[in-house]
Design a protein around this ligand. Structure first.
Ligand SMILES: Cc1cc2nc3c(=O)[nH]c(=O)nc-3n(C[C@H](O)[C@H](O)[C@H](O)COP(=O)(O)OP(=O)(O)OC[C@H]3O[C@@H](n4cnc5c(N)ncnc54)[C@H](O)[C@@H]3O)c2cc1C
Length: 407
């Protein structure tokens, strides 16, 4: 047995958060992170990285709240800025969607998350680009933030390394199981590494390591995307995150410009077997590589809320895969029937928000400590035997994104 008997496959935000959590509990010398590219090279560095605690599911609120605690610890430990900007989140909607805002304010109150109703002038002071006639009500959650996701992930890894974790540039070809427990991994270069614990944190590629073990993960990579406008004075750097549930749109400041997204009604979904290892240049739809067709599809709804869209140029388009699940739960926990195997995935487009919580939960399960949230809803084996590449399953995962209205 290697002296490093806990292998984490994937150096994205989930793998990094698990490594950090294990290191904080004195297990750093046992942990090896295997990442085939560079840390955060997958979905993580592409994220808009809105970090929101106000969610429908209490378990997911707990995961997100832990992320805020993790960030605070990390900033203190490293004495560094990880690009966290606590600008608050403004949820604005027409009268037809007042009930949605009220429900969110109630969730916040029930969980001790600060919120305040704003009048129109107060709301516009935080988001001057918003058309006044596009909303009737606005509720503001002052503690929500966004972060620089690459800095966050690499800070987690650096703090973990400082406590003994090692990272290696290696591709895992397969997980090897022997009589109901993990034996270790086989690497793409033919080497084998023994381990007593393996964490599959391989993001959009996680099913490629899992299906052959008889553990299809109930998730599929669905397109996430956003655009960044040209800079303009109507986008204050300390402006709020804005969520527009009536049109499924979100926005946040991006160094003097506006980063915004609108969730398409029929999101593109990929078969994980066809995703390239390196996402540089990858797009879901090569006929719409710059995202123009998708932006045009959403523009009818977006432009009345964001009139500058008609005149401002678009400076950047970013896209990447997020693992969505039909039941909108994560895929986090211990594998059934294979002792020593854990999965940290199924982010539903919110993996940066959940990272601290996912790291803590997996760390507790590995250490045999009482989990701080119920791991049952996110159990990796909850769907039993099924084909995660079947077209109707992929369509169900895409539909989960289409229905998403929170951050
Ligand atoms: C456009 C976009 C916008 C987003 N916006 C937000 C947002 O506003 N808020 C939010 O919370 N979340 C957001 N997300 C989601 C967030 O980015 C993801 O949930 C999160 O990054 C998932 O992290 P991960 O570690 O699971 O995956 P990844 O970051 O993809 O990491 C997986 C890693 O595993 C490695 N790997 C895979 N297979 C192997 C192998 N066989 N061997 C070795 N290494 C391997 C990959 O190279 C990769 O580095 C967004 C995502 C996208 C694409």
């Amino acid at each position: 047995m290697n002296e490093r008997d806990i292998l984490i496959v994937g150096g994205g935000i989930f793998g990094a958060a698990v490594a950090y959590e294990l290191a904080r509990h004195g297990l750093g010398e046992r942990v090896l992170v295997l990442e085939r590219l560079q840390p955060a090279a997958g979905a993580t560095s592409r994220a808009a990285a809105l970090l929101t605690m106000v969610r429908d599911d209490p378990g997911q609120i707990a995961l997100a709240r832990q992320t805020f605690r993790t960030m605070a610890e990390l900033e203190q430990e490293l004495g560094e800025d990880i690009g966290r900007r606590t600008v608050g989140a403004l949820h604005a909607a027409p009268a037809s969607h007042l009930a949605v805002l009220q429900a969110r304010a109630e969730v916040a109150a029930a969980h001790g998350i600060a919120s305040t109703w704003l009048d129109k002038a107060e709301a516009l002071a935080r988001a001057p680009w918003l058309a006044p006639e596009s909303f009737d009500h606005a509720v503001f959650f002052p503690d929500e933030c966004y972060v620089e996701p690459y800095l966050f992930a690499t800070a987690l890894l650096r703090a973990a390394i400082a406590r003994g974790v090692r990272c290696e540039a290696s591709e895992v070809k397969r997980v090897v199981v022997d009589t109901g427990r993990v034996w270790g991994v086989e690497l793409a270069d033919g080497r084998r590494r023994a381990a007593s614990v393996i964490v599959n944190a391989a993001g959009a590629w996680a099913n490629r390591l899992s299906v052959d073990l008889g553990l299809p993960l109930p998730m599929a990579p669905v397109r996430s995307q956003y655009w960044i406008s040209e800079p303009a004075p109507i986008f204050p750097r300390d402006g709020a995150i804005v969520l527009l549930p009536a049109i499924r749109a979100y926005a946040r400041p991006e160094v003097g410009a506006l980063l915004f997204g609108i969730r398409e009604r029929q999101p593109a979904v990929a078969d994980a077997r066809t995703l390239p290892a390196d996402l540089a240049g990858f797009v879901f739809d090569p006929d719409d590589a710059d995202g123009w067709a998708n932006l045009a599809e959403g523009a009818d709804e977006l432009a009345p809320c964001f009139p500058a869209l008609n005149t401002l140029g678009i400076a950047h388009y970013l896209t990447g895969p997020s693992n969505y699940t039909p039941d909108r739960q994560l895929v986090v926990g211990a594998a059934p029937m294979i002792a020593g195997l854990y999965v940290a995935s199924g982010c539903n487009g919110s993996g940066i928000s959940f990272a601290g919580g996912v790291g803590r939960l997996i760390g507790e399960l590995i250490r045999g400590a009482a989990p701080f949230v119920d791991p049952q809803p996110s159990a990796p084996g909850r769907r039993g035997a099924f084909d995660p590449y079947a077209p109707d399953f992929l369509a169900a995962c895409a539909a989960a994104r289409a229905g998403k209205t929170s951050g």
